[in-house]
Design a protein around this ligand. Structure first.
Ligand code: ZN
Length: 380
């Protein structure tokens, strides 16, 4: 429990490593401890009961360093997707972000967790838990050697694309209004990536994939389906959001969705504006719970990667959000599930195989092709 008695938050997505890299990488790590202008640092995490989350490794396109938030305040928009990024450009950036995260660990700011036991231990002791997530697989080679190396370095979650196309698949553009059915899904390399992630016990992230890509992951992955930071298309018709049909596909696998605080994916008008009410978030939570159930929803804040509602402001504002959820009528059990319980449930089913060998999910996924060569996760 946190100071105000609310359950601690395990969060599905933040871009703190991208912010720290822009500020100097390893040499900027101490600003995470001392505090700065970002959404997420040690002080804000403690103040808001942010107990841990998925820290994204993400590579900006070198020719696209501009901030597109102004363009996302128009009544309609369709931002051109950057071109595919060469692996030799992506890999050093990812390495620098991992080095920054490990520097944070050596400063005792957080612990990089690779098992659910470690995450639970952090929740119990108040150490910030960091789960290593790769948002867009540009750094990975077709033979997947880099995937093996990143897994050994602690990688436990991966999105084949961050919207921009990769060797492995195609994503949705930042387009409003738009459905998510915007083109081809995974490539043959992408299917192999999905299967190898299953074998290694790396969680796959559907956020940023298009409709065909989501279907391809559903077809080839034996794990519960997860979108770490996406919202309900029925309430905000943005290409990045999930239609009710897609939410039902996720629900059928006992998967989950992390609520994204990015206002462009929350607001009915699709605009990236801070003056967005907490009621807007609560409407998305109610809608997601309505389809995914109380065990299928969590947070995926997008801290340091998006404009969040001004009432939240930064990680310290999670206290305000949880108070509004409580006032909205969510009981203790549901609060615990939404704040961290559901993430623990899904990670337990993804990072560990049951005794007997087959990963959980295969037997319940009748009718969905399961990979034929799945082995127990090595860290089970
Ligand atoms: Zn993202």
């Amino acid at each position: 429990m946190t100071d105000d008695g609310a359950p601690p938050v395990l969060d599905g997505h933040n871009d703190a490593l991208t912010r720290l890299l822009r500020a100097g990488g390893v040499s900027a790590a101490e600003s995470f401890v001392d505090g700065d202008e970002g959404h997420l640092d040690l002080g804000k995490a403690r103040r808001g009961g942010f107990a841990g989350g998925f820290f994204a490794l993400w590579v900006a396109s070198p020719d696209d360093e501009t901030d597109h938030r102004d363009e996302m305040c128009a009544p309609a928009y369709d931002l051109p997707l950057p071109a595919m990024l060469p692996r030799e450009e992506a890999l050093p950036i990812v390495a620098a972000q991992i080095a920054t995260l490990r520097r944070l660990e050596s400063l005792d700011a957080l612990k990089v967790c690779t098992s659910v036991e470690e995450v639970r231990g952090c929740l119990a002791t108040g150490t910030l838990a960091a789960i290593l997530h790769l948002e867009g697989a540009e750094a990975i080679d077709p033979e997947l050697h880099t995937l093996e190396a990143l897994h050994a370095e602690g990688l436990r979650s991966l999105g084949p694309v961050w919207s921009r196309p990769t060797l492995f698949g195609h994503g949705v553009p930042f387009r409003y209004p738009s459905g998510p059915d915007t083109g081809e899904g995974l490539t043959a390399h992408g299917v192999r990536l999905v299967k190898r992630c299953n074998e290694l016990g790396i969680m796959l992230d559907l956020s940023h994939l298009n409709a065909a890509g989501l279907e391809d992951v559903a077809t080839h992955s034996a794990h519960p389906l997860v979108a770490t930071h996406s919202n309900a298309h029925a309430l905000c018709p943005h290409a990045r959001n999930l239609t009710d049909e897609q939410l039902r596909t996720i629900a059928a696998t006992d998967g989950m969705v992390g609520l994204n605080f990015a206002t462009a994916f929350l607001r009915e008008d699709g605009q990236m504006r801070p003056d967005t009410s907490l009621d807007t978030l609560l409407r998305h939570l109610d809608h997601l719970i309505g389809i995914l159930g109380e065990e299928g929803v969590g947070f995926g804040s997008d801290f340091d990667g998006a404009t969040v509602p001004e009432r939240i402001g930064d990680a310290g504002g999670l206290t305000t959000l949880r108070r509004s959820m409580r006032d909205h009528g969510y009981d203790d059990e549901l609060m615990t599930r939404l704040c961290h319980g559901n993430w623990l449930r899904v990670l337990e089913r993804t990072w560990h195989a049951p005794s007997g060998g087959e990963p959980i999910g295969v037997s319940e996924r009748d009718g969905i092709a399961a990979p034929g060569s799945v082995e127990p996760a090595p860290d089970a």
